[in-house]
Design a protein around this ligand. Structure first.
Ligand SMILES: C[S@@+](CC[C@H](N)C(=O)[O-])C[C@H]1O[C@@H](n2cnc3c(N)ncnc32)[C@H](O)[C@@H]1O
Length: 347
């Protein structure tokens, strides 16, 4: 059973999208050389069966890498593609803007259902645009593919009824709100978690809506979390909060990250006799903090350096969250000309 069969049987692919998923095979858009979840390269020309198994599976596939090896584009996991299109709910006659062309598969699905004329897709990378356009043409689809920064919205400044982004934002560009009279679906995250799928309803001035699922996409390039900084000396204190609790799962991390803007984390595990010990590192590119987690201890060592006290901010955010441990889908976001506000349960 392929992922598409399974997602259809489970209703993840909504009835109005089933025919498009049947008619637009993912394999037509995935390049010959891809990388699986373990970063192992698989080449269709030398390994056709493993390649086909990966393409048929419900997994994301890295399709393009920068010269230093960093993944820069991927074919999103079919579950995510189907979920996003289900939440987008376009109707015949709607114009759609996609931010993040990638392989072109999503643009082909949209073109199949709504017609080429209805779909504009932008990607920031010229090579990725060229590959996607070639795959789309070979399959008989002609949506408009434009190489541009998707943060600037539609290349012509046109109004659309649906906007779908397939890269994660921390701040929803206000241009997207101004250009959309209808629904925006976008991965939405923060430095602690790339993890929410946001569905907004926009009237062209204000947009508001909830996180409807978890997600894990690449970042919109200009909105990647800050670079790392760490050091060896800072101000030492202790805390009664076990640092590992802060990053226990996507729900904790998302909530903490909303209240500690522009802060990244990493968890460094010990080895040998200390394999169950870890250090949580936090950094905003200028300030940093480390907090040690040793099982059985009541107090944990903390070091902080720089103008922000990142551990103090993160601990305060976690203790706020401690009231009822909200799941990510209880959060929502409102965006207007004054900026972006996240909320819990109600705007
Ligand atoms: C997960 S891939 C898109 C998957 C694609 N929708 C598909 O069907 O295969 C994310 C894409 O977002 C693109 N991207 C990142 N930042 C961007 C930006 N500022 N503007 C437009 N595209 C961007 C990347 O180049 C990458 O190709």
């Amino acid at each position: 059973m392929t992922a598409i069969d399974d997602l259809t049987a489970r209703g993840v692919i909504s009835p109005e999208w089933v025919e498009a998923f049947r008619a637009v095979p993912r394999a037509d858009y995935v390049p010959d050389r891809i990388w699986d979840l373990d970063n192992t390269p698989v080449d269709r020309t030398t390994d056709p069966d493993p390649w086909q198994r990966l393409v048929d599976a419900d997994v994301p596939l890295v399709t393009h890498r920068a010269d230093d090896g960093t993944p820069v584009s991927s074919s999103s996991m079919p579950y995510m593609v189907a979920t996003m299109l289900r939440h987008l709910e376009p109707s015949p006659g709607d114009r759609v803007l996609e931010i993040g062309t990638g392989t072109g598969w999503n643009a082909a699905l949209l073109s199949h259902r709504l017609g080429d004329q209805a779909v504009t897709t932008v990607d920031v990378d010229p090579g990725i645009c060229a590959d996607a356009e070639a795959a789309l043409k070979a399959a008989g689809y002609r949506p408009r593919v434009v190489c541009a920064d998707g943060a600037d919205g539609h290349p012509d400044g046109a109004t659309v009824q649906r906007l779908i982004a397939t890269c994660t934002v921390q701040t929803v560009p206000y241009t997207w709100i101004r250009q959309t009279r209808g629904v925006i679906v976008t991965p939405f995250g923060n430095g602690m978690s790339a993890g929410g799928l946001l569905r907004l309803e926009s009237d062209g001035r204000t947009a508001s809506g909830r996180i409807v699922d978890t997600s894990a996409f690449m970042w919109l390039r200009a909105q990647q979390p800050a670079a790392w900084t760490t050091g060896s000396s800072g101000d030492d204190t202790t805390t009664g909060l076990d640092p590992r609790l802060l990053v226990a799962d996507v729900h904790e991390r998302f909530a903490v990250g909303l209240r500690v803007p522009n802060c990244r984390y990493s968890l460094a595990w010990g080895s040998g006799d200390e394999a169950d010990e870890c250090t949580l590192w936090l950094s905003d590119g200028i300030s940093w903090a480390s907090a040690d987690s040793i099982p059985g201890r009541d107090r944990h060592d903390v070091t902080q350096s720089g103008p922000r006290r990142l551990w103090d901010e993160a601990e305060a955010a976690y203790r706020w969250e401690d009231h009822d441990r909200p799941e990510i889908t209880r959060f929502g976001v409102t965006v207007d000309e004054h900026g972006q506000r996240a909320w819990l349960d109600h705007p």
